[in-house]
Design a protein around this ligand. Structure first.
Ligand code: ATP
Length: 239
């Protein structure tokens, strides 16, 4: 459903991403692994329309979304769950969800909100609480819920386990699995390789701004260069 090929993205003179490629399929999880600064977040933000890419192709169901702004990408059915969750701390849980559903009519948003509450009952319990008072794991659920409000067919998730306690990581990963089982295509950036490999159908390794390896999770466990790549540039240099 999503095909990203040879993506290039810059910040002014800094050519941060120069050859990232990956694909995602309905109901499957593609996990993007790589060291700090490899260009994973930049790639996700560019695909989601938050940063204009220089070149490459981005196609969702055969139609290009290259260079479209985020609100148009969302309408095409692709939503980003950003790094660090970026929930609106002073707003309530329900108000955060409303922001995610702004492209839909009120009645449609109401219905989707009930679906989100059924998926994440904790959000229902906390609907009138200030989002900033939720735990890290609850805030991650809220970030998922806010993205689900646009009824995406594909979700780009940037390090959903970041900064969470181990038990909470399990809960978050179960939620990711449940979303894929509902047929949503998932692309998940993950620093926690063990957690990522457990869920992955496909693994993509990004090093120094480019995709250097793509395969199944089983192949990733077997291929030692993948481990080196995940450990960081220094380990790869020493390999
Ligand atoms: P992390 O896991 O640490 O978030 P990442 O793989 O997601 O790493 P990016 O955040 O995409 O990596 O960063 C890729 C490169 O782009 C890095 O060299 C980084 O320093 C640079 N970069 C990121 N954001 C900016 C920015 N706003 N301005 C200039 N350079 C940036």
């Amino acid at each position: 459903m999503l095909e990203v090929k040879d993506l290039h993205v810059s910040y002014g003179p800094v050519h941060a991403v120069h050859g990232v490629s990956f694909a995602a399929r309905e109901g499957e999880v593609t996990v993007v692994l790589g060291a700090n600064g490899a260009g994973k977040s930049t790639s996700m933000r560019a695909v989601a329309g938050f940063h204009k890419p220089d070149s490459g192709t981005i196609e969702l169901d055969g139609r290009s979304t290259f260079g479209l702004p985020a609100h148009k990408v969302v309408r095409r059915g692709m939503a980003l769950v950003p790094e660090g969750r970026k929930i609106f701390a002073p707003l309530t849980v329900e108000e955060n969800l409303r922001v995610g559903g702004y492209t839909a009519s009120r009645s449609k948003a109401d219905k989707t909100m009930q679906d989100v509450y059924a998926t994440f009952p904790i959000l229902h319990d906390r609907q009138h609480s200030q989002a900033g008072l939720l735990s890290g794991g609850e805030q991650q659920m809220l970030a998922f819920g806010r993205a689900l409000m646009s009824q995406p067919r594909l979700m780009l998730m940037d390090e959903p386990s970041m900064g969470l306690a181990p038990t909470m990581i399990d809960t978050v990963m179960s939620s990711v699995k449940a979303m894929a089982e509902r047929g949503i295509g998932v692309v998940m950036v993950e620093q926690n390789a063990d957690a990522g490999l457990e869920l992955a159908d496909t693994v993509v390794v990004v090093t120094r701004g480019e995709t250097v390896w793509t395969g199944t999770a089983a192949q990733a466990r077997e291929d030692k260069t993948i481990v080196h790549a995940m450990l960081g540039e220094a380990a790869l240099d020493g390999a």
